[in-house]
Design a binder for this molecule. Structure first.
Ligand code: ADP
Ligand code: ZN
Length: 611
């Protein structure tokens, strides 16, 4: 071995420093340890195995569930001068033969393969001849039924362990829960693996939630304010997907729809167009996104409520993989709960209850006035260092108008008490509002002193208050029956009569929040680079634009996605630093040897012309 991981990082990939955990994972793999690396999206998992693959003798097999992803990764590696191939059902007979011959001659460092191909004798005997030194399982959570994307084919992978006993195993995923990690370890028979758990925070994502009013108008504004940037808009139904895509196109924005109702050929065409920057905005159902490696997605909008915090986190995670600031906007209306619940109405009892719980956690997130990042991190069991992140709407909005609900809070809690602490919020509200429902009459709750004393709030506002009391710990809910009872904090409140304040926006329902909206517009720095968060330097911005045009031309000529030529960040640095020689250019982020040779002169010519 005549190179170190750090040298490969610079020489081949053009990066100066490792991201957190990359070096540790690489060292462990090179030392022959099985590893499980759980790192967030954009955390740089690919290099964790690509660098060892380059350094180790023999071949590295990468199991990957997604054909599109395989192709993109292999394209990017070949661009960087690394011998990589993929083997899956999309290859022509001739291509496959040619690839197999190269593997047999020992010319190939990395073979990407789908799990189902690895179950075939043809591929296995090909690999027999080359003794893989490293077996990588990408998206390893697919092996677990507890993950969000279980794939039965992944279960058979343990078999490779017997076939290639000398290989080191590395499983990588962005999914964190302990249960999934356990499943991965067991099902892939990892041998006392070293486990790396990266943080889940994505500080470059700016997160906000707005009350949904005129969704169409808001989306158009949002997208138009980000002209030239890539984004994804998630919708809850195919119809809305088509609808919004149509609206955006009518405004001259390069948008397309993506959902399971489109013919596969159309979906694939739309997806490639998005990756190639021919389509800038993809309006999609959740069918879209797995396997999209595009690093420069600058925004993700949710036009409807995602079904869980896990889904939401995964979907917004597709923004800003390159680490540059990116915006995530959720449009929320309390009515969305009804639409989202329809999706699991027909499930068996237990599954329906679980689905509802997950959806409720998402709603609580949307309605919260706490730091959003903190809520998400807590959800994944990661304590956050600070109370506020300074990059979500709640942290940025400052103090907001609060309504004093001290009296209604006391009324609600005493009604819970009088009903014997064995009913849910809906029944308590019935009693407070004086509804003589069958259940109220059956338990003679019309006789209670709290019957009919709750005229001051709407039904929806009472229910919001109930959730609020639960989230502030005054009420405890029995998960199995949804019944409410009082906590110690409730008795403290009875005794001390402290104030109970609730943000007005929560009670108003889906009302516009003009102050918030104005704020989020001015606080999203949109440099003239067309990249959020960049400086306002006009000439540099113009140069950046020209560099992007050159990149797009090169990309189209060699039929690769533009980011494979160079990522945005590289072009941005070029525009500011203006390197004048190949030597200077090599120092720019993301410029490795192969790309320097291939494109260096083209970019230098452009830079010199604009010096
Ligand atoms: P993941 O698979 O963990 O989501 P990727 O492997 O796709 O992440 O990497 C995300 C982006 O970060 C890619 O554009 C990759 O080239 C870049 N990247 C990876 N490692 C580094 C590094 N050490 N320095 C700078 N950029 C890096
Ligand atoms: Zn925050």
């Amino acid at each position: 071995m005549d190179s170190s991981p750090a040298q490969i990082l610079k020489k081949i990939f053009g990066y100066d420093d490792f991201k957190p955990f990359q070096k540790q994972v690489i060292d462990a793999v090179l030392a022959g340890r099985d590893c499980l690396a759980v790192l967030p999206t954009g955390g740089g998992k690919s290099l964790c195995y690509q660098i060892p693959a380059i350094l180790l003798p023999g071949i590295t097999v990468v199991v990957s569930p997604l054909i599109a992803l395989m192709r993109d990764q292999v394209t990017a590696l070949v661009e960087a001068g690394v011998d990589a191939v993929f083997i899956n059902s999309t290859l022509t007979v001739d291509d496959r033969r040619e690839i197999e011959a190269r593997v047999r001659q020992g010319k190939v460092k990395l073979v990407y393969a789908a799990p189902e191909s690895l179950a075939t004798d043809r591929l296995l005997s090909l690999l027999d001849g080359s003794e893989p030194s490293l077996i990588v399982v990408d998206e390893a959570h697919c092996v677990s039924e507890w993950g969000h994307d279980f794939r039965p084919e992944y279960r058979g992978l343990g078999y490779l362990r017997m076939r290639f006993p000398k290989a080191v195993w590395l499983a990588v995923t962005a999914t964190a829960t302990e249960r999934v990690r356990d499943d991965i370890r067991k099902n892939l028979s990892l041998q006392s693996p070293e486990i790396f758990l990266g943080g889940f925070d994505r500080p470059n994502l700016r997160i906000s939630v707005e009350a949904k009013q005129d969704a169409r108008g808001r989306i158009v504004d949002f997208v138009e304010a980000r002209a030239g940037q890539s984004g994804i808009i998630y919708c809850g139904s195919r119809k809305r997907t088509d609808d919004f895509a149509q609206t955006l196109r009518a405004r001259g924005i390069a948008a397309a729809a993506y959902h399971a109702g489109l013919p596969a050929a159309q979906r694939n065409a739309n997806q490639s167009a998005f990756v190639r920057d021919d389509i800038l905005v993809m309006v999609a159902t959740i069918a879209f996104g797995m396997g999209i490696d595009k690093p420069d997605v600058r925004f993700v909008i949710h036009a409807d409520l995602p079904k869980s915090v896990e889904n939401y986190y995964q979907e917004i995670g597709r923004a800003g993989r390159d680490g540059l600031p990116s915006d995530c906007l959720l449009l929320y209306s309390a009515g969305d709960m009804v639409m989202a619940s329809r999706l699991f109405e027909d499930l068996p009892d237990e599954q329906r209850r679980d689905a509802r719980k997950r959806l409720e956690a998402m709603r609580d997130y949307a309605e919260s006035d706490q730091c959003r990042r903190r809520i998400i991190l807590r959800h994944f069991g990661e304590p956050s260092a600070s109370e506020t992140c300074g990059a979500c709407d709640n942290c940025l909005s400052g103090p907001r108008n609060m309504a004093d609900l001290s009296v209604p809070a006391l009324k609600f809690m005493s009604c819970v008490k009088r009903c014997g602490e064995s009913f849910g919020a809906v029944h308590i509200v019935d009693v407070l509002q004086g509804e003589a429902t069958e259940k109220v009459l059956r338990f003679a709750h019309q006789e209670l002193s709290t019957f009919g004393i709750g005229g001051e709030l709407t039904r929806a506002a009472w229910l919001t208050l109930a959730r609020r009391l639960e989230s502030t710990g005054h009420l405890l809910r029995d998960g199995a029956h949804n019944t409410l009872c009082l906590s110690d904090a409730a008795y403290v409140m009875f005794r001390e009569r402290g104030a109970y304040m609730v943000p007005e926006t929560l009670l108003a329902g889906p009302a516009p929040r003009p102050s918030r909206k104005a704020k989020s517009k001015s606080s999203s720095p949109r440099g003239s680079f067309g990249i959020a968060g960049s400086s306002e330097d006009e000439p540099a911005a113009e140069l950046f634009h020209k560099l992007r045009e050159l990149r797009k031309k090169i990309a189209d000529e060699s039929q690769v996605p533009p980011y494979v030529v160079f990522p945005d960040r590289t072009l941005k640095e070029m525009a500011v630093v203006k390197p004048e020689s190949l030597g200077d250019l090599a120092k720019i982020y993301g410029v490795g040897d192969t790309k320097l040779q291939k494109y260096g002169e083209l970019f230098l010519t452009l830079l010199r012309r604009n010096a």
